[in-house]
Design a protein around this ligand. Sequence first.
Ligand SMILES: [Zn+2]
Length: 139
Amino acid sequence: MAYFPELSAFQYQIKGQPVEITMIGWLDLEHPHNTGPVSEQFLERLWLYCRNPVRQSKGFHSCDFCGPEWVMQEAERNGEKLGLGSAEILVRSNSGITYAAPDLIYHYIVEHQYQPPQEFIEAVKTAPLPFDPTQRTAL
Ligand SMILES: [Zn+2]
């Protein structure tokens, strides 16, 4: 898994346009990260983002915290199952910041008590959901 410091800025190309992205949840074993509780409302919305990832990676990332074996992580919510580790989500906050996170972020939170920065939690709770057609057009 590629590591990026929390909230670091990065330049992406989305449909040929350069976009400033803020990185969230690119964790590894060598760098400490915050832990703590998150709300169900946040998890519910984060799940919808993970179900509708923006970019599919070429390979799979496995979770460093679960061990060195290469495994695709499965997550389940409300009877739905998702394989995590092969995609990224983009969350565009109402204040215009675009956050990029690996879809494994859901697994990190549920299984490893990872607590993302508060501004990302707020963005996920208030931003338009990824299947909202207005956001599709905007990207
Ligand atoms: Zn894990």
